[in-house]
Design a binder for this molecule. Structure first.
Ligand code: ZN
Ligand code: ZN
Length: 580
């Protein structure tokens, strides 16, 4: 820690100059002239302010000016470089400190480990972790918290958890590091689990905890917990700044509550482009294209400059709602009004938009004419989807073969190609594609669905038998599917491949994860309650059609968020109108 000094006039001059390079240099010049240019304490302060001013070069030059640097100087330097994200310098000064035989302190370790986390320097961080033990700081709370952050940020969650579990006393910072580590690495369930543990131990979450947990709820579609967190935020009187507000908007839209999201949005005092974009994208996900466009126009009128992500959100909303003219106008405004270059994602939205609207020729000429450089595979994938939707199999096969030649390792392309061959009746080719996949050992992604029941999230993968009530769930699902069949549901033919499955066709289709989750949800919820599910991949056509029937025979509303958008099933219809 900084020692108490009687501030000299020169010291006060430095404080007054603050983190402004020009002013600092002026004071430095005066110090040299007045003869105190070699004062260690003054130079250390100057150095610290130089880092804050963002001039690492100046700070480095000052450092070499100081003979026999001591622990205080090194600690100041390592802390300041770490704080202002000069992470490499921070690590280099640490190395120099160790080489100068100066023992690092807890203060040093906290700062340098943070730099390792920023650099994702796993090996180096591990070495420093051993130094921590050697120097006897293994039980220091601040050092431990920084190690948790470090391991979580470098995706070593099990090690992070080990360090975390061994902490005799856990600060909220440590809890936050561990929760956000889980959440940002896609382990949303673990993140919420830890949050429950925190609550059980009566540790008060702060607003940083809330932001992480809300993101986890968004991933899981866990509305019960998300709502609880919102109430907690209100009860605690946390200031809903733009970060917290945006995470609430994301949570509500991704949990199917667009109106609640809009309430939060309208109540926010400061709104930036990220918040506007979150709300626009929320409308788009639910197929509310008109509202998305309206909000986009409001944003412009408000004087907030849309960025590339905003354009993706609004264009995708146009695509899903069939707003071709608006979409075209907005796309053109990107370059003309805002000087933004459309990227792959914007091109994909446009092709998707034309394609969904049945304007295949327009989509094709957009690819050929508007996209000047080589179109990205994702653009062709959108084109392929359009061909499939509108049953133009000749063009579809052409596009699929092209895609496969560009990206021969992508499992999704094989599935698409196989399906389009199957639709075109070319069964010999379907077999060929399947053999190619086996030969090349190409694996499809594993799909799973989550459902929240009584504020607890359950995860199902295809053919999952891990649930304790598994027998009951399967029996009920079989019964349910029989009722659907009686109502006119015809299971999809066997040849259709999905992005998801590894196992046998019929079994696979029957027990897709979303069907299992629905069966479980129906069993465990009271009549009249809507069933809400999140699926990590795009829903297959068979499930989509089966769920329409389920919504009729059970007289329940079923809401599913898949990789692309929301599907609200009610009375045998889906809000996506079968275009998704
Ligand atoms: Zn399915
Ligand atoms: Zn749908």
């Amino acid at each position: 820690m900084e020692k108490k000094r009687h501030p000299s006039p020169s010291y006060q001059a430095l404080i007054k100059a603050g983190p402004h390079l020009k002013l600092l240099q002026q004071v430095h010049a005066r110090l040299v002239i007045s003869g105190s240019g070699r004062s260690r304490s003054l130079l250390t302060k100057l150095l610290s302010l130089a880092c804050a001013a963002g001039s690492i070069t100046y700070a480095r030059r000052l450092f070499f000016f100081i003979p026999n640097p001591d622990a205080f100087l090194f600690n100041t330097l390592i802390k300041q470089t770490s704080k202002f994200s000069f992470s490499i310098d921070s690590v280099l000064f640490y190395r120099r400190m160790v080489l100068s035989n100066i023992t690092p302190s807890n203060y040093t370790f906290t700062a340098v480990i943070k730099s390792c986390a920023n650099l994702s320097a796993l090996k180096l961080g591990r070495v420093i972790h051993t130094h921590v033990f050697v120097c006897g700081y293994g039980l220091d709370l601040h050092v431990q918290a920084s190690l948790v952050t470090f391991y979580a940020k470098t995706c070593n969650l099990s090690v992070a958890r080990k360090v975390f579990d061994r902490m005799p006393e856990k600060s909220v910072v440590a809890w936050n590091s561990m929760i956000s580590g889980y959440e940002q690495n896609g382990f949303a369930k673990e993140a919420t689990g830890l949050f429950y543990l925190m609550r059980d131990l009566s540790i008060k979450p702060d607003s940083t905890t809330c932001v992480s947990v809300l993101s986890a709820c968004a991933q899981l579609g866990a509305i019960g917990l998300g709502h609880w967190v919102h109430e907690y935020v209100v009860a605690q009187g946390f200031h809903v700044n733009v970060v917290l507000g945006t995470s609430l908007i994301n949570m509500y839209t991704r949990c199917g509550r667009v109106n609640k999201a809009r309430e939060v949005f309208d109540s926010m005092i400061e709104i930036n482009v990220v918040a506007w974009t979150a709300m626009i994208s929320g409308y788009g996900m639910h197929g509310y294209g008109t509202q998305a466009v309206e909000l986009f126009l409001q944003m412009r009128a408000h004087g907030t400059r849309p960025n590339n992500i905003t354009f993706v959100a609004v264009l995708s909303a146009c695509a899903h709602a069939g707003l071709v003219d608006e979409g075209r106008r907005i796309f053109n405004s990107m370059r003309q009004e805002y000087g933004l270059m459309p990227g792959v994602e914007h091109h994909v939205c446009m092709v998707d938009m034309f394609g969904r609207a049945g304007l295949l020729n327009e989509a094709y000429s957009f690819i050929k004419e508007v996209i000047s450089e080589k179109p990205a595979p994702a653009v062709w994938t959108a084109m392929l989807g359009a061909c499939k939707m509108h049953k133009n199999f000749d063009l579809g096969v052409e596009v699929a073969e092209h895609l496969l030649s560009v990206e021969p390792e992508n499992p999704g392309h094989y599935v698409m190609l196989s399906n389009i061959y199957a639709l075109a009746g070319r069964m010999d080719r379907v077999e060929m594609v399947r053999n190619m996949m086996i030969q090349k050992n190409i694996k499809k992604q594993v799909g799973y669905s989550t459902i929240e029941v009584d504020k607890k999230t359950y995860l199902f993968s295809m053919g999952d038998k891990s649930h304790p009530e598994t027998h009951e769930i399967y029996q009920y699902l079989d019964e349910l599917m029989n009722r659907c069949r009686e109502a006119g549901y015809v299971p999809e033919s066997e040849w259709v491949m999905h992005e998801v499955e590894e196992e046998e066709r019929e079994y696979a289709l029957r027990y897709h994860s979303e069907k299992l989750a629905i069966a479980f949800g129906l069993l465990r919820s009271s009549h009249g309650m809507a069933i809400q599910i999140v699926k990590n991949l795009r829903m297959c056509e068979d499930c989509h059609s089966a769920i329409k029937f389920i919504s009729v025979v059970t007289n329940r509303e079923i809401i599913i968020r898949d990789k692309l958008r929301f599907h609200h099933f009610k009375g045998g219809l889906c809000s996506c109108l079968d275009y998704w």
